[in-house]
Design a protein around this ligand. Structure first.
Ligand code: AGP
Length: 609
């Protein structure tokens, strides 16, 4: 989703802003722009549709200034076009960048048009810059103008604002969208996330809901939602500037797929003893809360939702705890009835997904007492707004297609199953078994990665296809869903997943020689059933691509392609088979020349509804 960078310094900030935008590219965008206050105290702006490198080519050293803001735009209101790109400027005086959506923009636009403001874009954002200008004309104080403008806005925003009236000043505000302040020496910054600013600082303040920040070279002053000056903690980031570098890999996605053994190891480190899971890993007071839990409700979106679906099998089969899983955008608008003593679990890589945050807020309003976030970003809103949290240690995930965040979410869910289950049916022995298996998982994941060349050999069979089916049973059904999502997301091939037993109830009608059917077939008690379903596909002339446990003994033939997977315990199989599906999607997308890390129309961090 849109990315914001801003800086107030003594040096020219354009290179800092452009590098920041490059580091935010992963969030997804379609146009970019930068505005600075130049040496003559005038606002200068450059915008372009396309990539940050296109913006850079336009800038080509023509613009410089010590105070500036920059933006990557992911279109919501108004098509991707130069005139809709940010920063937006009002009367050559105020420039603004915005992430979020202003819901009452039409109403404001009508009122401002009557006041004589001219609109040059179709965005919801432009009303904000006019509103701020209106108040600046009265107050001649940027901070005061922003503070007076904000109450008129309905919706979500992270903002950065500069004015030619106050060249050394940058004002920022957040409500519903993330924004961090970066602290330098004699220079200060804002950005949508820390990754953008790592080359210039490692000290950050994470703005809270309703905060307004006033930045000059000398100081940063933060006001809370009630207008009071507040001290927010300064956090030292442990990430280095190259922690988000691609290294020798062609794409971030491939790098992140290959990082999974390490990410899993890191997620287990300090969370497990010899035979058990440390309750403290979930936060202070977790043990006492877990003693009372009788049911689990999981809410998430996209890939994180798929992790939740797998978790449900584990909570119910292993821990014998009732578990429901729901897509956040549905949960938030239902009137759900949750059983007493339910643990409300949110799953999210970014921790900033608007729907998941809203579902969490909704859960609290209907009386949920105990909330737990499984999240990859420690300072995210989701972690801050949840009672308990288990942080996955996947490290920054840059590719829009989530990979290592998913497999580490599965690890986190198993830790939770072991911890809650120990208190009931699962007992100490069951917990010991889970912990023992988790220790083997990094090696199993390495083994899956070693099948990369075999997976690549399947690519020609997919590259020219329009559709694909993914089949699985049990926990492998959500794995198949995740495989289908990966393929459609980055290769733009239409892919659907079905529980294999459902084929005969409709989707079988689609099967023909042009519909590759991918099946995930670990060696479990459902294999025989799955095998029969695969025969149904074969009998209709379908071409099968099966990832199968060695012990299943599936043989390949002209229309049945098999990649043999080393025998894997069923509990670890979702991670192992997901890695293979990630590789398949990746290589197919590469063969199609797709934009792997920034697929069209998508954003990494979905901070709008
Ligand atoms: C995954 O490949 C997707 N890009 C997407 O479905 C993602 O998982 C979803 O938007 C949820 O994001 P979150 O985990 O950051 O909440």
């Amino acid at each position: 989703m849109c990315g914001i960078v801003g800086a107030v310094a003594q040096r020219d900030v354009v290179p800092i802003l452009v590098e920041g935008l490059r580091r935010l590219e992963y969030r997804g965008y379609d146009s970019a722009g930068v505005a600075v206050i130049d040496g003559d105290a005038h606002l200068a702006r450059t915008r372009s549709v396309g990539k940050v490198r296109d913006l850079e080519a336009r800038l080509d050293g023509h613009m410089a200034g010590a105070t500036g803001i920059a933006h990557t735009r992911w279109a919501t209101h108004g098509r991707p076009a130069t005139e809709n790109a940010h920063p937006h400027i009002c009367r050559k005086t105020v420039a603004l960048v915005h992430n979020g959506i202003i819901e009452n923009h039409e109403e404001l636009r009508r009122a401002q048009t009557k006041l004589g403001f001219e609109f040059t874009s179709d965005t919801d954002t432009e009303v904000i810059v006019h509103e701020i200008y209106r108040h600046l004309a009265d107050t001649h104080d940027l901070l005061e103008a922003v503070r007076r403008a904000l109450p008129a806005l309905r919706g979500a925003y992270a903002l950065g604002v500069i004015t030619s009236e106050a060249p050394g000043r940058l004002v920022a505000a957040r409500r519903g969208c993330p924004l961090v302040v970066g602290l330098g020496i004699g220079e200060h910054f804002i950005a949508s996330d820390v990754a953008a600013l790592l080359p210039v600082t490692q000290r950050f303040i994470f703005l809270e809901e309703g905060d307004v920040a006033d930045l000059t070279r000398e100081r940063v002053t933060i006001y809370d939602a009630s207008g009071q000056i507040v001290e927010r903690p300064v956090k030292q980031s442990e990430l280095s500037a190259d922690a988000v570098a691609r290294g020798e890999y062609r794409h971030y996605m491939l790098k992140e797929i290959y990082e999974q053994p390490r990410a899993i190891t890191d997620t287990l480190t300090n969370r497990i003893g010899l035979h058990h899971v440390y309750d403290e890993a979930f936060g202070t007071g977790a043990a006492a809360i877990f003693d009372t839990i009788e049911a689990v409700q999981i809410v998430a979106c996209g890939t994180s939702y798929h992790a939740g679906l797998i978790g449900r099998y584990w909570f119910e089969a292993l821990a014998e705890i009732p578990c429901s899983v729901e897509v956040a955008s549905e949960f938030r608008y239902r009137r759900p009835r949750l059983a007493p003593h339910t643990l409300f679990v949110t799953l999210s890589q970014s921790g900033e997904t608007a729907d998941t945050l809203a579902a969490l807020a909704h859960a609290k309003t209907i009386g949920v007492e105990h909330t737990l976030a499984i999240c990859n970003v420690p300072e995210s809103a989701l972690v801050r707004q949840s009672g308990l949290a288990l942080l996955t240690q996947a490290g920054p995930e840059i590719g829009v297609a989530s990979t290592k965040a998913f497999t580490t979410q599965l690890v986190a869910l198993l830790l939770l199953v072991a911890s809650l289950g120990r208190r009931g049916h699962l007992g100490g022995d069951g917990e010991r078994r889970i912990v023992g298996l988790l220790r083997t998982l990094p090696v199993l994941t390495e083994q899956a990665l070693s099948l990369d060349a075999a997976v690549q050999s399947w690519v020609p069979a997919f590259a020219n296809k329009q559709h694909a089916l993914f089949l699985g049973r049990g926990t492998q059904y959500p794995v198949a869903m995740e495989g289908a999502l990966k393929l459609k997301e980055i290769s733009y091939i239409h892919a659907e997943a079905y529980p294999a037993g459902e084929l005969k109830h409709g989707p079988l009608a689609l099967v023909d020689a042009d519909m590759p059917v991918v099946a995930v077939a670990p060696g479990n008690e459902l294999f025989e059933k799955l095998h029969s379903n695969l025969q149904e596909v074969r009998a209709r002339g379908g071409e099968l691509f099966v990832f199968a446990d060695a012990k299943n003994g599936i043989t390949a033939d002209e229309r049945t392609h098999v990649i043999t997977v080393p025998p894997t315990d069923d509990l670890m199989a979702p991670v192992v088979y997901t890695v293979l599906l990630q590789l398949l999607a990746y290589h197919v997308a590469v063969s199609k020349g797709a934009d792997i890390d920034q697929p069209r129309n998508l954003a990494k961090s979905v901070t709008v509804e």
